[in-house]
Each structure stands twice: as C-alpha cells, then as structure tokens.
Design a protein around this ligand. Structure first.
Ligand SMILES: [Zn+2]
Length: 563
C-alpha cells in the first residue's frame, strides 16, 4: 500500500522538507488525485525526486537506494526475469552472503517479500527507491541478444539438435522482442544466411544473423506453433500464435510467411499486451499540459479531439484518458476500428464494414443508449462528425481522433466538413495535437553541443532559434547543452530507446471561440492560443531536447513533417 495522505504529511511536512502551505496547495489539485501527492510535488519542483525518495525511505525505515551512486550487480539481475520485475516494480541489485538486496517502492508489502523469497530461495532485504526511479532503470535488464543466440547455436549440428536449437532461437527472440518492446520480428532469408530484424519504435534494426539451415528449422518451428501446414512452401500463409512467456504473460502473435527467391520469409507481429497499463503521465506530458488535459476531461460534456498523423500515438493518449475516466459510476462506450486494446469496464464496439456497422451507424445506436462518455476511434467523414458533435452538445463527453497537422487547423477542417462554426465553437472543449519522437537511450546518454551543421540549420529557423535561447536562458546557440546517445547494445547502436510524446493542447476559451465564430484562419487561432498560454509542439519538443529526453534533431525532423 502506498502512503496515505496523513502518512505522507508526516514524512514530508513533519520532517520540514516542505511547508504546510506547499502540501495543502498540491493536495487540492486534480493532478494529485491522478498521479499522487508526492509525485505532483516532484513534478512541480517543490522537492527533488531524490529528496522525496529519501524521505519516504526514512518513513518506511529501510535504506534508500541511490541508482546514481550505488552499484548494481548485473549478475544479480539474472535472478529474476524482467517481466516479473516489471510486474512487481522491483529490481534485484546486490547480493550479500545471506540475502538478495531488492529495490522496491513498497517495502512493507509482505506477500511480495515472501513470493520473492520463495522464488529466490534466499532472504530478501528491501531497499527503497521511488516508482519513477525504478521504472527508469528497467533498461538494466536488457542483454545482448547476439550473445544469447550464439550460445544456443554453439551446440551444432546433428539433425535433431538443429530442431531443438530452432525452438530455443524462436523462444529467445520472441522473449527479447517482448522485453524490448519491439512490435515485429522479421526473418529475412538471403543467399547464405538469414537476417533477423526487430521493428522497435517504428524502425527496423538488424539483431542477429542465422545460418541457412537454422532459418529453415525456424520457419518450420513457426509453422508448427501456428498450426500451419509444414509441407507448403510456395504459397503465402497467415497464422496466429498464442505465446506464453516464462512468467505467465501471454502475447498474441500474428505470423505471415511468404515465399521469396531464397527461402520463405517470416514476419511476426506482436500484438499489444492486454495488461498494458496506460498512463497519461508516461506519455511525457509536462505538468502544465497535464493539468490542462485533466481539467478538460473532467468536464461533463463537450468534445475533445486528439489530432496527428498515423503513428503519432493518438490512440495511446485516448486509452490513457479513458483509463482515468473509467470508474464504476460512469458508462463509457466506444466505437473503434480496430479495437486495439480491451479495456475492462468499457463497452467497446468494433466497426464492421461488411455487416454495415460503420462509425456513423454504431455511433447512432450508442447515443440511443445514453452513455456518459463516448469514444469514437476516428472522425473520418461528415456523417460521423455531425453525430459526434450532436452527442457532445447533448450532454455527453465525446473523445475522438482527427487527422490534422496541428491543433488550430482542426477548427477550419471541422467547418470544411460541413459543421456549423458556431456549434464547433460552443462544443469543442479542447484539441490536443501530438507527435512521437525518439527518446534518448538512458544507458549511453552523453551531453553534447550543437555541431556546426546543426547550428547553421537552426540559424535558418529564427523561431526555433529564439525558442531555444529563451528556454535555455543562453545568449548563443553554441552555449546550449543538448544530449544524445552514443550508441550501445541496448539501443542497437542507435542512441535512442523508446519514444516520448510532444504535445500542444489548445483549450477553447472565449477568445478562441470568438475566432472560430468569425471564421479566422488557423494561423490566427494558433496565435491567440499561444498568446493565452499554449505551448506549441515545437516548443514542447525543444524543451524536451534541452533536458535530454530527446534530441534537437528528432524535434526538427518531426517539425519538418508539418507543424
Ligand atoms: Zn544506448
């Protein structure tokens, strides 16, 4: 159990770390209810993450584990599989003669302790770190897949052994893909070997080479577990694999095999884990933007649209919002194409063009059932737009996604679709525009200054330059410290690991409403929004580059694609 409000008060105010006023100010915010009082204090910069951690550790009467200073014994990590560690938010870090030292943010959890002791067959001593610190250090678990595969293939050959190594190779690769968050595994045959590649964060990376005979055995193995005919080599085949990992997590995998000139090529698509937790906080919203979204989604009616191109993380944001809103006393119904994640407690309807169940049709019947909150996967056509607007006007909170490059453009686009501008003005509560940029690899991050080429490039973009100087408080571009990954095995030498969202949240206020009604162009609406406190995607991205979440290069690349 996390600390309750009174306990937290004792730990923080009681020790003089913050004042009563600071505590009370935060307690009342909605953000504190969403992410917790302590986390909000850290997010607002009232106390540092480390100080917060130390105070809690003191309260729990266990030692504080400082990842920045103390050594993590990588061999001890192997005692527990990563999936298990993630599930329980623990990291085994050290070994003493008679016990294993495990970092947790809930050191009073007795069932967890006994589970671990049973599994490790050793005494466990808990040390404390904050949840955020623990989540940020799961990268420690990642190993070099090349080494593991090489080890499996060392026991060569002999017909039977090839078969068993193929089983191990498939298991190891699916395991790696699952742990590293890869979405696809490609087995691409060439003349003498085959290349295994993972798609991670949208990009393909070479992972390991397999000898030709192992490739064939792997394809055979995949066909067997997907229940496909093993004697068919000339046709394209599709199958499904229900894969269970060692620690009871299960993954749905779609298998596609096509014949190529060299051999059969296989692609595995790992479907998202249904246990995946969505959290607005994990998307990388800054405090102020978080506050804006929290307040918009708690309005009783109106429309919230999330815009951006395909692959910009719109559905993740939608699901994260639904997760916050998903409480027993509200009825949430969604119509989606496809239903990407099953959400318990949400009535999810799948669009089915074949049976005539379109977004518009589904939405009509949803409205008749009068739910509190409606989620429409995407507004693509005028009819869906009209029904959505209508539903939002008549007492429902309607969430959806929409295709525009930035937030302000959504208003003229909705009007172009045939919606009345005064209805748009009075019904839309806010528009969120977003992109995903790559996150700097935390294992090989280094600080750096701009290269001459980058400096020249930014000098040609006065807006970017001004923003950077303003955010960093420096006088020259050459003085600003940025960050980048050097490249290591954890990030496949790319210097990036994972992605982070960049956002702009346009909340409709009186002035924006007026601008929509008088049919002002998008640029004008954006100008007003910025004047009234909107952080643009560009600005948000640059702020994230200056603190090392991403690189200036990534933000500029994203902005060249239209914002
Ligand atoms: Zn790296």
């Amino acid at each position: 159990m996390p600390l309750n409000q009174e306990q937290l008060y004792q730990a923080l105010v009681g020790r003089g770390a913050i004042t009563v006023q600071q505590f009370e100010q935060v307690v009342k915010t909605r953000e504190a209810q969403e992410i917790g009082i302590g986390e909000t204090l850290v997010a607002h910069g009232v106390i540092s993450e480390q100080q917060y951690g130390q105070l809690l550790a003191w309260w729990y009467k266990v030692p504080y584990f400082d990842f920045g200073k103390e050594k993590v014994d990588l061999d001890v990590l192997d005692f527990v599989p990563e999936v298990f560690a993630r599930e329980h938010k623990i990291i085994p870090v050290q070994k003493t003669d008679d016990s294993i030292v495990v970092v947790t943010n809930e050191p009073l959890e007795l069932p967890l302790r006994s589970l671990l002791e049973k599994y490790l067959r050793k005494k466990v001593s808990f040390v404390f770190s904050t949840k955020r610190n623990i989540l940020n250090h799961f990268f420690l678990f990642q190993r070099d897949p090349k080494k593991v595969i090489d080890k499996i293939l060392q026991h060569q050959p002999g017909r039977n052994e090839i078969d068993t190594s193929a089983i191990d190779v498939v298991d190891a690769l699916i395991g790696f893909a699952f742990q590293t968050g890869a979405s696809d595994i490609h087995f691409e045959p060439e003349e003498t070997r085959s290349v295994v590649r993972f798609r991670t964060d949208g990009l393909l990376h070479d992972i390991v080479d397999l000898p030709k005979e192992i490739h064939e055995a792997v394809i055979l193995r995949l066909k067997v577990i997907a229940c496909l005919p093993t004697d068919e080599h000339l046709k394209a085949q599709d199958g499904k694999i229900f894969y269970k990992t060692t620690w009871s997590n299960s993954v749905d995998i779609r298998l596609s095999i096509i014949p190529t000139t060299h051999a059969e090529k296989a692609v595995l698509r790992l479907m998202a884990d249904n246990n995946r937790s969505f959290s607005l906080n994990d998307l990388g919203l800054q405090t102020e933007d978080f506050r804006k979204i929290s307040s918009v989604i708690h309005q009783p009616w109106g429309m919230l649209l999330i815009t951006g191109p395909t692959g910009s993380g719109k559905s993740t944001s939608l699901y994260s919002i639904l997760k916050i809103l998903n409480e027993r006393d509200v009825n949430i119904t969604s119509i989606e194409d496809p239903v990407e994640y099953d959400m318990e407690g949400v009535n999810q309807i799948q669009v089915n063009e074949k049976t005539g169940l379109t977004f518009a049709k589904g939405l009509r019947s949803i409205v008749r059932q009068d739910p509190d909150i409606i989620m429409v996967g995407e507004i693509r056509d005028q009819e869906t737009a009209e029904i959505s607007l209508n539903a939002a006007m008549t007492g429902h909170l309607l969430l959806s996604t929409f295709h525009t490059n930035d937030a302000a453009t959504a208003f003229p686009r909705l009007v172009d679709m045939g919606l009345e501008n005064y209805l748009v003005a009075s019904t839309v509560n806010a528009i969120v525009a977003q992109r995903l940029v790559r996150h700097v690899c935390m294992n090989c991050i280094q600080s750096k200054f701009l290269t001459k080429t980058e400096e020249v490039l930014i000098n040609e973009l006065p807006m970017v330059k001004d923003e950077l100087l303003r955010i960093s408080g420096k006088k020259e571009l050459s003085e600003i410290r940025f960050f980048a990954g050097k490249g290591c095995h954890i990030c496949c030498e790319t210097g990036y690991k994972g992605r982070v969202g960049i956002f702009e949240i346009l909340v409709v206020d009186d002035q924006i409403r007026e601008a929509i009604i008088t049919k002002q162009p998008a640029e004008k609406i954006k100008e007003i929004a910025v004047k009234n406190g909107m952080t643009t995607m560009l600005n948000d991205g640059l702020q994230k580059a200056v603190v090392g979440l991403t690189t200036a290069d990534e933000v500029l690349k994203a902005s060249r694609n239209g914002f």
